[in-house]
Write a protein that binds this ligand. Sequence first.
Ligand SMILES: NC(=O)C1=CN([C@@H]2O[C@H](COP(=O)(O)OP(=O)(O)OC[C@H]3O[C@@H](n4cnc5c(N)ncnc54)[C@H](O)[C@@H]3O)[C@@H](O)[C@H]2O)C=CC1
Ligand SMILES: CCCCCC(=O)CC\C=C/C=C/C=C/[C@@H](O)[C@@H](O)CCCC(=O)O
Length: 257
Amino acid sequence: MQQLIRTAFVTGGAQGLGRGFSKALLDRGIKVCFADVQASVGKSTETEFKSLYGDDKVMFCHCDVTSVNNLEDSFNAAVKKFGHVDLMVNNAGIGDESKLVQMISINLTAAIQGSQIALEHMRKDKGGRGGRIINVASTAGLIGVYFSPRYCASKFGLVGYHHSMASNPHAKEMGLQFGCLCPAFTDTAIINFDETKMDYYDEGLKFLEAIGINTVDAVVDGFMHFVDNDDINGDIVTVTAQRGFQVKNKHKRKAHL
Ligand SMILES: NC(=O)C1=CN([C@@H]2O[C@H](COP(=O)(O)OP(=O)(O)OC[C@H]3O[C@@H](n4cnc5c(N)ncnc54)[C@H](O)[C@@H]3O)[C@@H](O)[C@H]2O)C=CC1
Ligand SMILES: CCCCCC(=O)CC\C=C/C=C/C=C/[C@@H](O)[C@@H](O)CCCC(=O)O
């Protein structure tokens, strides 16, 4: 039976990919609460979305995901407004090799804590309705890149968490599914690099130029795989400029192209 997705919580939704995911969900009639540390950008995105979809369909929470209390309070505000959260999207992230501790805190720790907050709310064995938890990692969580080793570490960690949660044999009875989105370079603010944000800066730029840049829409198309399909547990969706999006799942017998 298809799991109905009526409401979503998206971190880092004020701009970039998180804004794109939120808009695509709203276009599907799914209510969205998005959280972001940028208050003014978040408010202006909320104003735009409310004018397009209605006040009752969208809410912005000013939230720094590195504070688990702030994250939990924002998630609970979404539950209060919408009654339940069916889809959790841990998307907030930074890419800055000079900010190791902050980058691990946002890209890995907060995504794990957001996943835990969501699963405790969603799990059917504790009165929840079930749901889906999507972590936005990166292709830099699947292959090492020497110009961003610390960023890679944060994303490899998140992919490892995804595999571990998806392999839980009890997930099904809890009504939980886990997905992981792994885009390559995409046209958002995070790739506005400078020498402080990347090791071997010139070589990193050459690599970026060689493999190309996704559009946000192309990554959103890959993200919607996790919304439009019934059985997505364990799926990893990669998105590259060369091959578009591809679905891989080592937990299933065959890869779906
Ligand atoms: N753009 C790209 O080339 C790729 C991006 N990704 C990942 O996609 C996700 C989204 O990034 P983009 O949209 O590309 O970049 P972006 O910089 O445009 O958006 C990131 C959003 O996260 C928010 N954010 C950052 N720290 C936060 C915090 N502590 N609390 C709450 N919100 C916070 C920012 O305010 C911003 O709105 C990130 O996890 C990134 O690592 C993965 C692969 C490629
Ligand atoms: C330093 C911050 C970077 C933030 C943006 C990113 O995450 C960019 C992604 C970084 C590296 C991308 C590597 C892409 C490699 C592709 O050519 C392809 O080989 C990856 C295919 C992965 C797979 O299908 O297993």
